[in-house]
Design a protein around this ligand. Structure first.
Ligand code: MET
Ligand code: ZN
Ligand code: ZN
Length: 437
């Protein structure tokens, strides 16, 4: 009702800090860890939240058992491009016994820290969108543009059955999205971080073969020796890239990262491995991340010629995770979201964060990968942003947590952003121009 006083808003029990944190905890307590996420439990929870907020909702299974939840807060002018607030529902696994608190207990400690897998990556953001809408609704705000929320599965395993399917669907096309917000990273200092692009993942496996032989014999061309030469070469390259970061010349997102993530070799025996036998095969796996502006062809040559040369009996595979490295979207335009006055959504975000008393650092390239790439590939502007300042970066780490006060502050920041975005009345924006092509 328009006569609702501030006092009566504050009396609404669902808007108390305790109720807000309790809803965050409930979402975190749903075990959506890969490889067997409880997607239906998460869907039920999100749909119940949507109902309490009177948002329109649908659950779409582009792939069976992997629901995408799509919520809508209808704007008064449906002809204007809409806002999409995206978040993923899955989380990476956690080693329970290495955490101070069970990773799905969402334990709130005496400092106000909420411990849980997903507290930073990125159940916080999904719930903050909803809480910001709760506050905007309570204040009587009416959006001009429609605001959509997508809760998507499988981001942590590539997003192929989640955001990628959504982005390529007819359902998505009908949403007429003009701007996408997706995840960012925590910031240890007082400045929030915002991301306008991201690196592409390549997951590389190199394999060496060589003559097997007695463990006591010194000879050339063993699989292990062949693999070790490659590992040394990868390490030199890694150091050259890391040195640029250490010298302050480049940010993490601006160099090629390569990290060895597995080693596989040896002849198994009941007690471990056979010790007096040099194996005939050895493999190593690497997580590589490539900035959009990098020369990926030269990297591919380096892999073929230096890291896995046929002359050293080596082969390599890049599998389904050789994501394209490109500075261009499907229309041949820059895939990097503009962070200058050519992109009104960027200016609106900057102003809205400031208005909520937040500080924003210089826009960056996201060092890992997010679902935002599927939307940028469509030619849409997408900004990676998770409002967590004064917070150690703990995504994918043990004891991931987010402080209650930071979480609550983030809700105010989103309230300000969603208000600014949903009120923005200009028709001609960078996100629309795809229609002209
Ligand atoms: C390679 S798909 C992306 C999964 C996850 N977000 C990562 O960056 O590792
Ligand atoms: Zn994430
Ligand atoms: Zn992640």
């Amino acid at each position: 009702s328009p006569n609702l006083s501030t006092a009566s808003i504050q009396q609404d029990p669902s808007s108390s800090d305790e109720a807000i944190i309790s809803r965050f905890q409930q979402y975190l307590q749903i075990n959506t860890a890969q490889p067997s996420p409880q997607y239906y439990q998460a869907a039920d929870f999100i749909l119940s939240q949507a109902k309490s907020l009177s948002l329109e909702s649908q659950s779409i299974e582009f792939v069976k058992t992997k629901p995408v939840i799509l919520l809508k807060w209808a704007g008064s002018d449906p002809s204007l491009p809409s806002i999409l607030l995206n978040s993923h529902t899955d989380v990476v696994p956690a080693e329970h016994d290495k955490w101070a608190h069970h990773p799905f207990s969402a334990h709130l400690d005496s400092d106000g820290n909420v411990y849980a897998r997903g507290s930073q990556d990125m159940k916080c953001v999904g719930m903050q969108y909803l809480e910001a809408i709760r506050r905007l609704k309570a204040s009587g705000f009416q959006p001009l543009r429609s605001v959509y929320l997508s809760f998507v599965p499988d981001e942590e395993i590539g997003g192929h059955d989640g955001a990628e399917k959504l982005a390529q669907s007819d359902v998505f096309e009908k949403l007429n999205v003009g701007i996408v917000l997706d995840e960012g990273l925590a910031s240890p200092d007082e400045n929030y971080r915002a991301f306008y692009a991201e690196r592409s993942p390549w997951w590389l496996v190199i394999k060496a073969i060589g003559a097997p032989g007695h463990g006591a014999k010194l000879y050339d061309n063993t699989a292990m020796e062949n693999l070790l030469k490659s590992i040394e070469s990868v390490r030199r390259f890694r150091a050259s890239q890391f040195d640029l970061v250490k010298a302050g010349l480049k940010a993490q997102g601006e160099v090629v990262s390569v990290n060895m993530v597995f080693l596989k070799a040896g002849t198994p025996s009941p007690t471990g491995f056979v010790m007096n036998l040099q194996p005939s095969e050895a493999e190593a796996g690497f997580d590589i991340r490539i900035p959009p502006t990098a020369d990926s062809e030269s990297l591919e040559r380096r892999i073929a010629e230096e890291w896995a040369p046929a002359s050293r009996n080596m082969t390599f595979r890049l599998g389904q995770f050789k994501q394209k490295v490109s500075v261009l979207d499907k229309y041949g335009r820059p895939v990097l979201t503009a962070t200058d006055s050519s992109n009104p959504w960027w200016n609106l975000l900057e102003e809205a964060v400031k208005k909520a008393n937040g500080k924003l650092g210089k826009p960056e390239i996201f060092p890992a990968s997010t679902d935002a790439r599927y939307f940028r590939d469509l030619g849409l502007p997408a900004i990676g942003f998770s409002p967590m300042a004064n917070t150690p970066i703990l995504l994918h780490d043990h004891n991931e947590f987010l402080n209650k006060a930071e979480y609550l502050k983030g809700i105010e920041v989103y309230e300000s952003i969603i208000k600014a975005y949903a009120s923005y009345s200009e028709h001609s924006i960078s996100g629309d121009s795809k229609d002209e092509l």
